[in-house]
Structure formats: C-alpha cells, structure tokens
Design a protein around this ligand. Structure first.
Ligand SMILES: Cc1cc2nc3c(=O)[nH]c(=O)nc-3n(C[C@H](O)[C@H](O)[C@H](O)COP(=O)(O)OP(=O)(O)OC[C@H]3O[C@@H](n4cnc5c(N)ncnc54)[C@H](O)[C@@H]3O)c2cc1C
Length: 421
C-alpha cells in the first residue's frame, strides 16, 4: 500500500472541523485541516455568528454545561485572549450562550491548532474525492496556484455543506427534502454608539416598522430580533434581516446577498433617523457572507429523530451530548422552538457521525445525521465541537482499524480527552 500523507484529513475549519482536527491530534493522529477561507471559525468568523450555543442546557438559574473537551479548550484559549466566556443568560429565550469576538477567535483558533500540530491549509478548498466502493482513497485540494492530491486513512466532512461527501458521490438531502431550507440571516454590526446607551426593544421594534415603510424587502421579525453588544466592544450586533432561500443556486445566493446588503443600508438610515443614540451610527460589517443555516445533509448511518430530541434520549452508543433546543427557521423571521425533555440533553449516537456506505468517512458539525426537525437542535456550534471531537477520534480509530470503530473504545478515549458523554 502506498504511504499515506496523513492519518486524518478534515475538510472545513468551523467548530466541527476544529473539534475534529484537535480531537484527532490529541488521540495521536497526524492531521490536516483544509479550509476555503483565510481563517478558521466557520460561521462565527465568516458570517458574524457571534455566540456559541449548545455548551449549556436550556433554562435553570445556573448554567449546566454539556460540552467540554476541545470545546472547553477553545473557551480557555479565548479567556487567555481576554474574552470572559462566561455563560450569558438570554432573558428573551432562556438560553445560555457564550459571546464571541471574531478577531480574537481567529487568532485563538490559529494558536490552538498550531499547538496541537495540526497541518492547517487555508485558502484551500476540497474539490474532489477518489472513492472506490466503501473506501475513500484521497481528496483533491485546490489553492490559488496549486492542486494537491492528498491521502489519509480516514476523512471528516466538517464543511457544513457536505462538500466532501458530495464530491464522493454520497446521496444528499437538500433542506427538509421537500423544498424547504431554513432561512438565511445577514447579521449586522453597528458602531458609533455610546457604551452607556440602553438598547430598548420597543424602540428597535418601532425601527423595524419604520424600515418596512422604506424598504422594498420587508423584515418579518416583528419581535425586534436577537441582539447584544459585541463582547469587549460598544458595537451592537443584530440578527434581524432574514431571507428565504428557494434553492441552492448561484442566482439565489447572489440575490440573497445583494438584497440583504440593500436592507442593511436602509436599516442604518432608519436607525440614524429614528432611534435616539444611533444618530452617528455606522455599519461596521455585514458578513463577510450571509449566514447560512442549512444546505445539504449527506446520508448517515443514523438520523437523529425529532422524538430522540424531545425525549432527551440517552444511548449506550452515545458519543456526544446535545442540549440546544430545536430552533427551526422554516419561514424567514419566524423561528419556532421546541425543548428537550428528560435530563435536558440527548446523546448523539456513533452512527449519526458515520457516512452511509463509506467506512472511512465521518461527519462533524451541522452535517451529522438528523431529520428535518432534529436538525434545528444538532446544528449549533457548541454541539459541533462535541460531534467534531468524536468524529476526529473515530476517524483516527478507523484509520488504524480498517474502518472499524468500537463505541466503548471511542467513548473511553473521548472521556480521557475531557469530553462529556
Ligand atoms: C444567522 C445564523 C445564526 C446562528 N446562530 C447561532 C448561534 O447564535 N450560535 C450557534 O452556536 N450557532 C448558530 N448558528 C448555527 C451555526 O452557526 C452553524 O450551524 C455552525 O456554524 C455549524 O458548524 P460547522 O463547523 O458544522 O459549519 P461551519 O461553521 O459552516 O463551518 C464549515 C467550514 O467549512 C468550510 N468549507 C466549506 N466548504 C469547503 C470546502 N469545499 N473545502 C474547504 N473548506 C470548506 C467553510 O468555509 C467553513 O469554515 C447560526 C447560524 C446562522 C446562519
């Protein structure tokens, strides 16, 4: 057999990919991480999703943690860079989240990946795969000026979009499989505000009403949306611009990006004109790209079901905990929540991170197996660190054992690495 370049190749550098790469490296694997942007972090750094959800159970007077391991390493690194990383209790939803600063996150993840010896490739996109039946033999990685053909014992698809599974000819479901894709959101960041300004929800609701008289594209979130200050700055972060997506075509993405930017500009003008304290506001950033909640789901050996989530199903083959409630955005601006029963979390089983029909391909983050409703819970970033770590270690085991992964061995290794099961 020809020499392999790596034990594990991870495609995608979001929470799932970082969890997988560091998780596999901690288990002793030689790991490559391939990321199409110039920085890791995924949606947190490429789409301004500036809060980690899924580290803690819903509700309660104090935060109960459900994800540790690599996820905790990331929080510790952020603290070293001066972020508080303390659980923040959202008064509107009852959820506990961790607030982020994207620049510190990029740097912190760079440092953490380097400290664990991960071979990071940025501006590098997985564009092809060499699959023979149930085995992936290699991937094609394209940069600006070179095309690499890399091989590993096992692979992790952490691209959010099933980009690796797709080029490996894996069956994929788009959205809920019936033509509905969770709505997209363009997060907005405004500067020029006094740190002492109290943001009043009724004023933000009134601004949305005024906006709807000015813009050809309406805002459907009438509750004032989700907002907070960006951790460590006086900037105001707002999730208010949602767009329905009919499909995954270039035309639809272009229309969504362009209309969301037009909306951001009208919103800036509306805030300046009508909300006290926003007279000198400016738009610090949209994007870099619109926030994509959902695209493709590759075929997994098991799909976590709606009933698994609602009952808080515990399992002998569980390899990660998931504790974020179901949060579905089937219609733009109208999120629907359902809560986890039992002990406040459910187990992600090993088969949900394993590709159907491919023995050495694993899933991490939002591409793990989940039905259309369970997906509203499994997709968040805290959970993605946990499924990522499990996928990375499982991939390392599969690389050593010709595709075989024994749940108990995986669980023991994850616990030894500090993960919660
Ligand atoms: C508007 C919005 C708000 C949200 N709010 C929250 C929230 O507050 N908290 C929370 O925890 N979650 C939130 N989510 C969900 C969460 O952001 C995602 O589900 C999560 O980022 C999934 O992590 P991931 O690592 O699987 O994917 P991603 O974060 O999408 O990372 C995938 C990575 O793969 C890379 N990639 C893609 N294709 C390729 C390729 N071919 N080759 C190489 N690299 C590739 C991408 O560039 C990206 O860096 C929100 C999502 C959206 C859109």
């Amino acid at each position: 057999m020809p020499a392999r370049d790596y034990d594990v190749i991870v495609a995608g550098g979001g929470a799932g990919g970082v969890g997988a790469a560091i998780g596999a490296a901690k288990a002793g694997a030689k790991v490559a991480l391939v990321e199409k942007y110039g920085f890791p972090g995924g949606a947190a750094t490429n789409a301004q999703v500036l809060a980690y959800c899924g580290f803690f159970h819903h509700g309660g007077n104090a935060a109960t943690q459900s994800v540790k391991g690599v996820g905790q390493d990331v929080l510790d690194e952020m603290q070293r860079l001066g972020l508080s990383c303390q659980p923040y209790h959202s008064p509107t939803t009852g959820n506990w989240i961790v607030l982020l600063d994207p620049e510190r996150l990029k740097l912190g993840l760079d440092r953490l990946l380097r400290a664990h010896g991960v071979d990071v490739m940025l501006h590098a996109r997985v564009t092809g795969a060499d699959r023979r039946g149930a085995v992936l033999n290699g991937v094609t990685v394209e940069g600006h000026d070179d095309v690499l053909h890399l091989s590993a014992g096992a692979y992790v698809d952490a691209t959010g979009d099933a980009a690796l599974a797709l080029v490996a000819d894996q069956d994929c479901r788009v959205g809920n499989g019936e033509g509905r894709i969770n709505a997209y959101t363009m997060p907005l960041r405004f500067g020029g505000l006094s740190p002492d300004l109290r943001i009043d929800r009724t004023r933000m609701q009134a601004a949305v009403e005024e906006f709807n008289t000015r813009s050809p594209y309406p805002i459907h979130r009438t509750d004032g949306g989700i907002y907070t200050r960006v951790e460590g700055t006086p900037d105001f972060w707002w999730l208010i611009i949602d767009r329905d997506m009919p499909d995954l075509s270039i035309r639809s993405f272009t229309a969504a990006e362009q209309s969301a930017r037009e909306m951001a500009q009208v919103m800036l003008e509306t805030l300046r004109d009508t909300v006290e304290g926003f007279g000198n506001a400016w738009l610090v950033q949209t994007g870099p790209q619109i926030g994509i909640r959902e695209t493709r789901h590759p075929a997994a050996r098991y799909e976590i079901t709606h009933a698994d989530v609602l009952s808080g199903r515990q399992r002998d083959d569980g390899i990660a905990r998931a504790s974020w409630p179901i949060e579905l955005h089937s219609e733009a601006g109208k999120p629907v929540y359902e809560f986890i029963g039992g002990r406040g979390f459910y187990h992600v089983p090993l088969d949900a991170i394993r590709a159907e029909g491919i023995d050495n391909l694993f899933y991490a983050g939002r591409v793990i197996g989940a039905d259309a409703r369970a997906y509203g819970s499994t997709r968040v970033m805290g959970t993605a660190f946990a499924t990522g770590e499990a996928a990375g270690v499982a991939a390392h085991f599969a690389a050593q054992g010709q595709g075989t992964v024994i749940p108990a061995e995986l669980q023991n290794r994850l616990i030894a690495q500090g993960a919660f099961i």
